[in-house]
Design a protein around this ligand. Structure first.
Ligand code: DGL
Length: 266
């Protein structure tokens, strides 16, 4: 089957995953859906998240998609199981990849997970990490100020970014953890500031690289790796936003087709 790879996120965060996929699989075509009209997802209820992601997945499936990546921890936590049971198209989330990276990284079995309110409150990271190793201690911290800041393009100011990171994390005790998981695909955009705040002794990991490895494994398993691109990569966004255009250019280092949809047509 020669379809595109569908990638979903609430906004620009998923582009950190798209970047890895483009690098690893240059012959694949990517159709990305950024639900900018409904971002942020992190403060929504499970029902609201499922409803929004479901609309986006239907949109992507109508576009000849062979596999879908939920490049969003919040959507993975709330909707992955439901969507997998609803659709025949293979769907991959990002949390499994984040868990693998954390297990590879931690020596002292103390791990911090930074994520949205929904992801942290769902306890999905501690639950999944403990399935891998019951001795691991997990300390979750939601950082609700990060996603709006990134979506507004303010991350381009490194001083402002560091201030925000410091404000959000200064009272959070990491209890000697040696690993920090960026459990929201937006957060790698603030990685330099997070690294500066915690210093070099702490390893900061994110799911994006491992997701692209899992993607290659899935495409190989179903024998659906592409030999050549079938179309330009396209980023669909549910609400036009000049910051999205700018961030896409900054992150992906190229001009890329962006199509604005006023709303997802039912
Ligand atoms: N990028 C997302 C995540 O990985 C969602 C952020 C949001 O919309 O709150 O959780």
């Amino acid at each position: 089957m020669n379809g595109a790879i569908g990638v979903f996120d609430s906004g620009v965060g998923g582009l950190t995953v798209v970047k890895e996929i483009i690098e690893k699989l240059p012959n694949e075509t990517i159709y990305f859906f950024g639900d900018t009209a409904n971002c942020p997802y992190g403060d929504k209820t499970k029902e609201q998240i499922i409803e929004n992601v479901d609309k986006a997945i239907k949109f992507l499936i109508d576009k000849n998609i062979k596999i879908i990546i939920l490049a969003c921890n919040t959507a993975t936590a709330a909707a992955l199981d439901i969507l997998k049971s609803k659709y025949n198209v293979p769907i991959l989330g990002v949390i499994n990849a984040g868990v693998k990276e954390a297990i590879k990284s931690t020596k002292n079995k103390k791990v911090v997970v930074l994520g949205t309110r929904y992801t942290i409150n769902s306890n999905i990271y501690p639950n999944e990490l403990k399935k891998e190793n019951n001795e691991i201690e997990v300390f979750g911290k939601s950082c609700p100020s990060f996603v709006p800041f990134i979506e507004e393009g303010k991350y381009k100011d490194s001083n402002l970014s560091f201030e925000l990171v410091r404000e959000e994390l200064k009272n959070f005790d990491i209890k000697g953890s040696d690993t920090i998981v960026l459990g929201c695909t937006h957060y790698p955009i603030l990685k330099d500031s997070i690294e500066k705040f915690y210093g070099s002794d702490i390893n900061i990991v994110s799911p994006s690289k491992e997701v692209s490895v899992e993607l290659v494994n899935e495409l190989t398993k179903y024998d659906i790796l592409s030999k050549e691109k079938i179309d330009d990569d396209i980023l669909f966004i549910s609400k036009n936003d000049k910051n999205f255009h700018e961030t896409a250019k900054n992150l992906l280092y190229k001009n890329i087709f962006i199509k604005n949809l006023d709303e997802i047509k039912e």
